[in-house]
Design a protein around this ligand. Sequence first.
Ligand code: SF4
Ligand code: SF4
Length: 130
Amino acid sequence: MIMPKVLKQLFKNPFTNKFPAKYTPSSVTKFLEDVEKGKAKIIPPIELPPNFRGAVAYDREKCIGCQMCTRVCPAHAIEFIPEKKKIRIYIARCTFCSQCVEVCPVNALSMSERWLLADEDKYSKNLIVE
Ligand code: SF4
Ligand code: SF4
């Protein structure tokens, strides 16, 4: 009998998490800009597990431009900018393997807890780290 199960389920909390905004925004980039300005609020997701791998974070000041990260990145997600001797990371290409973090000799890279990475434009500000 399926009906008792359906009725029971109606009164249970959903298993899935809500999207981090009350309603799905038409543009995630704009939504994040509004969050920065305090005009929108992110609904916190479930607690992140230890060693969660979100978007790669880059400490530009620490970077010595050695290019080790560009060499190990299996996804070719890191571009070296020769004139600045700094890097640019394309998060849309990243596989979150963390190899760049491990190889960086000056700890300029880390896996952040930034997880809201869905976007219509793979080159949006949200998905470029430099
Ligand atoms: S985490 Fe992996 S895929 Fe992403 S930028 Fe670093 S090395 Fe490349
Ligand atoms: S490995 Fe570290 S120091 Fe070297 S280019 Fe990459 S971020 Fe900069």
